[in-house]
Design a protein around this ligand. Structure first.
Ligand code: UD1
Length: 416
């Protein structure tokens, strides 16, 4: 088991460069299954979830080559239709191959994902939308099997702007017959990135980034070279870390607009934020003021940054209320944080945080990627040595988090 040994406290200072977005890279890799040729993805983050998705694609018949942060994916050969439990269990995003396989092969067999540490994560919206496009699903022995001659364009109104469902439907619609309209679509920047990739492959898409996406199906997609957008969750993590550790961090190589609301919240808490087109500097010299926060789909406050804000507010002056609207069990890590001396009480969707002067070090256990980063941040704020167990989760979504924090002045040792 991987352990990060964090020596606190540290005031993080310096400049850090952002990697490509995990949540974009994984979907672009799945989308490459629909292109019978060589797709090149630049700025693919060096994280273990990308390795896992490469494994998924290879077992489906893709040939993949990585050279630094450039991934070449060749799906010109015959593809298989099955993604096993073993892979979906390790990474839920594997189910994003469902839409592409149905679109390209007319059939797919994908293990049903279970819940995970951040809550129950059904895929009913994915399946209902694909059914409206003509796919038929059966479920047996933990697998979903889908068949469709050629998917047909239709109108799909999503009950909730699910990121994964919007992406699966967008992917399926690109090669469907006729026009598809996705209403109440997710608006995340990663969806816009996926649409930009498809457009470069010859797809016809309008409205990505708005609640209504219109897709006119085409007969085939052409190979392309695409640069993945930067990781806004990584950028947000460092911005919050600057405030929580009372430091001064310049975050480069990303689009500050993608984290506008988190930046505004940091300003509300007392941080000094200087924005440019591709970078942002976040400075803080005092204890943060307490603020209230509600997570919502984009452009609302991202649920993925909620755990780091919790750590920051745990040392805030006064009391904060944090409301989680996207993932029901995201508060599970609060018990770990309270072991570090925070005063947080969870009541349903709400966490009431009574700020303390300083966290204190303690051994803690990582339940998922984002809570993992938050616990490392807790260790950097706390007095003494914090051992963060099961830190391998963090490598799933952050490219060299320890290296980047160390360059900003953190003292972290990695034990395998
Ligand atoms: C993606 C991101 C994740 C982020 C989340 C919300 C990836 C790999 N992961 O996850 O980091 O936190 O968006 O921004 O991109 N839901 C249903 N039925 C469905 C689909 C979703 O009820 O068919 C519910 C989920 O249980 C959850 C909510 O909708 O409560 C949001 O899920 P969704 O937007 O689909 O998130 P993911 O795509 O799983």
């Amino acid at each position: 088991m991987k352990v990060f040994v964090v020596q606190g406290p540290a005031a993080l200072q310096g400049t850090v460069h952002m990697a490509g977005a995990k949540n974009s890279a994984l979907k672009l890799m799945a989308a490459s299954l629909m292109v019978p040729g060589r797709v090149v993805l630049e700025r693919a983050p060096l994280i273990t979830d990308v390795d896992l998705m490469a494994d998924v694609l290879q077992r489906l018949g893709a040939h993949i080559h990585r050279d630094g942060d450039v991934l070449t994916i060749d799906c010109s050969g015959d593809l298989r239709e099955e993604t096993s439990y073993e892979l979906v269990r390790k990474m839920r995003a594997s189910i994003q191959v469902l839409g592409p396989l149905l679109a390209r092969l007319g059939r797919a067999r994908v293990s049903m994902p279970g819940g995970d540490a951040i809550g129950s994560r059904p895929i009913d919206l994915h399946l209902e939308g694909l059914e409206r496009m003509g796919a038929k699903f059966t479920s047996q022995h933990g697998y979903i099997e889908g068949v469709a001659d050629r998917l047909k364009g239709t109108r799909v109104l999503l009950e909730f702007p699910s990121v994964g469902a919007t992406e699966n439907l967008l992917m399926a619609a690109v090669l469907a017959e006729g026009a598809t309209v996705i209403e109440n679509a997710a608006r995340e920047p990663e969806i816009q990135d996926l649409a930009a990739f498809f457009q470069a492959c010859g797809a016809r898409i309008a409205g990505a980034g708005t609640p209504t996406i219109e897709i006119e199906g085409v007969d085939e997609l052409l190979p392309t070279r695409h640069r993945i957008i930067s990781d806004r969750v990584e950028a947000g993590t460092f911005a919050i870390a600057a405030v929580a550790t009372r430091g001064d961090i310049t975050i480069e190589g990303f689009e500050p607009l993608h984290i506008e609301l988190p930046l505004q919240k940091l300003e509300e808490a007392g941080a000094e934020v200087t924005r440019s087109d591709t970078s942002v500097r976040v400075r803080m010299s005092s204890r943060p003021r307490s603020i209230d926060l509600v997570t919502l789909p984009y452009p609302g406050f991202p649920t993925d940054l909620q755990p780091m804000m919790m750590v920051m507010l745990a040392q805030g002056e006064g009391s904060s209320i944090l409301t989680e609207n996207v993932f029901e069990s995201r508060f599970l890590f609060v018990d770990e944080l309270n072991r570090m001396g925070s005063h947080i009480r969870v009541e349903g969707h709400h966490a009431v945080i009574r700020g303390v002067e300083r966290l204190s070090s303690a051994p803690v256990q990582v339940p998922d990627i984002r809570a993992g980063a938050a616990l490392v941040l807790g260790g950097l704020c706390a007095e003494g040595v914090t051992e963060v167990y099961d830190a391998g989760h963090i490598d799933r979504g952050y490219e060299d988090l320890v290296g980047k924090l160390t360059a900003l002045g953190a003292d972290i040792e990695v034990r395998d």
